[in-house]
Design a protein around this ligand. Structure first.
Ligand code: PA5
Length: 467
């Protein structure tokens, strides 16, 4: 079970200008309960598709059937083509739940295929991976993921891959592509049907950034040996905890309350997530998208300009103690730091008993690395508290599919609560859409000529300002 520890964000530890007081909690009490009721009501009414996922075996069953098929074909490499919500969850699950050296291990040791997630159109990245796969195409599977089916980055990668497969493998090329997309409509859906790819659904009622527990995230995870049933069970266990009505016993309500008070009453719109675990670091990337796209909104639900949204930032302990903590302690007091801490790491390493005679190093002899990591986290927590900087800790008893599933659901539900508290629509992304359309225009897509003219006027380089 993951737990949230929040005393160091309160005036029990830091002064009341920066820490949450009883008065702050009293002032949002009714709004918090109303937000909680509203989100539970939306779930009950079937309007928040992500919340139904933990109890649904249908998607996991479809994923398992395809995994069995492709595992029996001894696929050595799996390449995910996707971006944003169609990639970040895949990356986070793989980093959290498989070894850091997974891709470097032998086929037999890994058990599943190597995993590459191409979530950019950097030609060097795509070119490097394609070169590596060139001689392995026979045993490579591509999972193209796009809910809309028309995202330029994913579409361009897909076109490159399809052409390469078609040229090198001929007729059977379609057996090397799984399309994860809308089951009823869309460009990718149509092509997949025509070419005859295996298909997995992106549920209509689950937005991209909430889709990690759909086939979007589950297929690559299961292909790489991650227990997706345990992942969903973890999400289900957290779902039960988010239903608790006493807000102070409900981790999502406490998390939302502290974050909301920090940004609205304590001048802290910067919300840092700082895992003390490399394995959990990429969950912070997943959180950044969830938080930024869901909560960064110009308009309230009643149409007023509010420019809402905390800025999600990621940092890694201990690495960023030597990079960011100077700023976090002595720079503007505008941040809430959320630590992710692990009780039992997947591996332990002990410092050998050497240099016992060297005064500056003797304390490290025989130390467990997990103990050093824990001490450094507590030291940073203490140092921040001394500087009146609030922190929260989310404690994982271990890093398992269960605990990662709990974390995912905790943040998804908290995002919904924050959307209610901020009175914004947490499920659209109008500002991202304009960028997508502008890309179409700049790349010459038919129907976007007027937009292309407007854009060129703004982005044309004026030599007067070029130095
Ligand atoms: O959360 C979102 O909606 C976005 O990040 C999308 O996931 C991202 O833009 C990719 O979209 P699509 O899956 O339609 O290609």
């Amino acid at each position: 079970m993951i737990q949230l520890y929040w005393k160091n964000a309160t005036d029990k530890v830091i002064d009341s200008r920066h820490g949450v007081t009883q008065g702050d909690l009293d002032s949002i009490h009714d709004a918090l309960l109303a937000a909680h009721r509203a989100v539970l009501g939306q779930i009950e009414a079937g309007r928040l598709g992500y919340a139904a996922l933990p109890g649904k075996s249908e998607y996991a069953d479809q994923v398992k059937a395809l995994v069995a098929k492709y595992r029996s074909q001894k696929i050595t490499d799996l390449v995910v083509l996707g971006i944003g919500g169609s990639a970040l969850g895949n990356i986070a699950l793989q980093a959290a739940l498989n070894d850091a050296t997974y891709n470097l291990q032998s086929d037999r040791k890994r058990g599943g295929p190597r995993l590459f997630v191409l979530d950019n159109v950097d030609p060097a990245l795509v070119g490097d991976v394609m070169k590596f796969l060139g001689r392995r195409l026979n045993t490579t599977l591509f999972n193209v993921i796009s809910k809309s089916g028309e995202t330029a980055e994913t579409a361009s990668q897909f076109m490159i891959v399809r052409e390469m497969l078609r040229k090198k493998l001929g007729e059977g090329f379609a057996q090397h592509i799984v399309a994860t997309t809308d089951m009823l409509k869309g460009t990718l859906h149509e092509i997949a049907k025509r070419d005859g790819y295996d298909m997995l659904p992106v549920p209509d009622d689950v937005g991209g950034r909430f889709s990690v527990l759909t086939p979007v995230g589950l297929f690559s995870a299961a292909m790489c040996g991650i227990d997706i049933d345990a992942l969903l069970a973890g999400a289900g266990a957290m779902k039960q905890r988010t239903e608790i009505h006493q807000w102070y016993e409900n981790p999502a309500c406490v998390l939302a309350a502290v974050k909301y008070i920090m940004m609205t009453a304590k001048g802290k719109p910067m919300h840092v997530m700082m895992p003390y675990s490399n394995r959990l670091y990429l969950l912070a990337d997943w959180y950044r998208q969830l938080w930024a796209e869901s909560l960064g909104k110009r308009l309230s639900r009643d149409g007023r300009e509010v420019f809402a949204g905390p800025t999600p930032i990621k940092a890694l302990g201990t690495t960023d103690q030597h990079s960011q903590v100077q700023l976090y302690r002595e720079g503007p007091n505008d941040k809430l730091v959320v630590f992710l801490e692990v009780d039992k790491h997947p591996r332990e390493v002990r410092v050998p008993n050497v240099f016992g005679e060297v005064p500056g190093l003797a304390y490290l002899a025989k130390a467990r690395m997990s103990k050093l990591l824990e001490a450094e986290k507590k030291a940073t927590e203490y140092a921040l508290a001394v500087s009146q900087r609030p922190t929260l800790t989310i404690r994982f008893n271990n890093i398992s599919p269960q605990s990662v599933g709990e974390f995912i659901y905790l943040y998804e539900f908290t995002t919904s609560l924050m959307g209610e508290l901020l009175n914004i629509n947490a499920y659209d992304q109008p500002a991202v859409e304009l960028g997508k359309q502008a890309t179409f225009a700049l790349m010459g897509r038919d129907g976007y000529q007027d937009l292309a003219k407007q854009i060129k006027h703004t982005v044309r380089v004026d030599n007067k300002y070029l130095v």
